[in-house]
Every structure is written in C-alpha cells, then in structure tokens.
Write a protein that binds this ligand. Structure first.
Ligand code: GLP
Length: 244
C-alpha cells in the first residue's frame, strides 16, 4: 500500500484528482469506479476544472458507481445518481450512456444485483476504483459483518451509517434503510484502488483499517490484501497511524 500524505482537505483533493487524471490520460477508455459521500467532492471539483480548461478528456471514459440507496428515485437530491450528475457527470464531457449506477428504483434486489455485477464484468472490470471510508470502516455500503460480502448485494444499513448520513436528509427517518452496493469481492477485483480520507474524526478508523488486523468487522481492512492500493489522506486522518 502506498500512503500519500496531504496537508489538508484541499491538498488531498488535488492529489487524488491528479491520480484519477493520470489514469484517464494514460488510458482514455478507462473504467472508473466512482464513489459518493462528502470526501470525494473536492477531487471531483478539480476534475471538472481540468476538463473545462482542456487538460482532461472524459469522452471515452466509462464509469460504474459503488452504491445507491434502494427506493430513492433518481430525481431525489439525495440519490447517488443525483449526486454524481450534480458533482461530476453534468460538468464534464463524459457520455451519460457510459455512466452506470445501481438502479435504486428496482424493487427486485436479486435481479438488480445480478444485472449490475454482470454489467461491471461486461465492461472488463474496473481500472481504478475510488473509495471513501465510513466511520465504521465501511467501503461502498459494505457494513461490518461476520464475513466479507463478495458480489453486488442489497444491504440493511447500520444505525451508525444512518446517523452519519442523516445530515443530508430532513431527518434520520428519511434516510433509506437499504442500499445496493458492490461487494468486497467486486471492489477487490479492481486493478487499482484509490482511497481518500480526510479529518480527525476518521483517524481511528484509518489506523484500524490499514494497520490493524484484516477482519470483516472492519470491511476496509481487506484492502491491505490488494496489490495496488493508494491511500491519499490528510495529516488529521493519518494522525493515529502507528509511527515506525
Ligand atoms: C457513505 C457512502 C460511502 C462513503 C461513506 C463516507 O455511506 N456509501 O461510499 O465512503 O459514506 O462518507 P463521507 O466521505 O461523507 O465521510
């Protein structure tokens, strides 16, 4: 694992965007695995800026998102579909037909998860997967569990996740209780993984996930087993990492 230490959120965002940009420049038809949450927003802003000034071209890029709330229509401003359009897709020259998310409006979980998993495989897998980190160590919506979930599946969100995400909704009651997410196996199949983390409130989980034991109770800990992971984190998020 490579750790790139950033000074602060802005620096983390620029460094992460540089790595995504390098991927797109080196392989213009890359399949990017994209993430939501507040952490990647700054990196997306940089990509938009560089696309607008002509340094970056998304015209042949394809994307698959990690996850989506089950039951939220695309028009709901808290759906991840809406988030991605708002923060990236509508602001760069990506072909909307090449952007993919789980369909939160499909009520049949088995059908939707099988469709999404097959779609990812049909694109040839993910070249670079961007990940944020939940406070409980979740990646995508893979919550702490007794075993690692392999493929795209429907999850019941944990109370801590509902708590963390309620800031985006009118109240905790409005946060959907379920979501579709790529599985840990799906994520681990990505050729490269880029994790972005910022803030002191993530310092404990960064230390646990990347320097503790590999356990499904800390889903992100599995990333220690991946051969090409880059963690871009700011000084606050790295403040509890054991010093050599
Ligand atoms: C959400 C998303 C994750 C994200 C996490 C952290 O629950 N499903 O993909 O990484 O929260 O979010 P934030 O970056 O806002 O801390």
């Amino acid at each position: 694992m490579r750790i790139i230490k950033a000074a602060d959120y802005q620096d983390m965002s620029r460094k992460a965007a540089n790595l995504i940009s390098a991927q797109v420049i080196m392989k213009p038809d890359s399949v990017l695995g994209l993430a939501t949450g507040s952490t990647p927003i700054g990196a997306y802003q940089k990509l938009v800026e560089w696309c607008k000034n002509g340094d970056l071209d998304f015209s042949t890029v394809k994307s698959v998102n990690l996850d989506e709330y089950k039951g939220l229509p695309r028009t709901n401003d808290q759906s991840y579909y809406y988030f991605m359009h708002e923060n990236l897709f509508d602001k760069v020259n990506i072909n909307p037909a090449n952007t993919h998310l789980p369909d939160g409006t499909e009520p049949d979980s088995d059908k939707e998860c099988a469709r999404y998993e097959a779609l990812i495989q049909s694109l040839g897998g993910v070249d670079l997967q961007l990940l944020g980190l939940g406070h409980n160590g979740h990646i995508g919506f893979n919550e702490p569990a007794d075993e690692f979930d392999k493929v795209t599946h429907c999850v019941d969100l944990q109370e801590s996740t509902i708590e963390a995400n309620k800031r985006f909704f009118a109240s905790a009651d409005d946060v959907p209780r379920q979501a579709y997410t790529m599985g840990i196996g799906t994520i681990m199949q990505a050729k490269k993984i880029l994790v972005v983390v910022s803030g002191e409130d993530k310092a404990d989980i960064v230390a646990k996930a990347f320097f503790g034991s590999v356990t499904p109770q800390v889903p992100a800990s599995i990333l220690q087993m991946h051969q090409d992971v880059t963690l871009v984190a700011d000084a606050a998020a790295l403040s509890k990492v054991p010093q050599k």
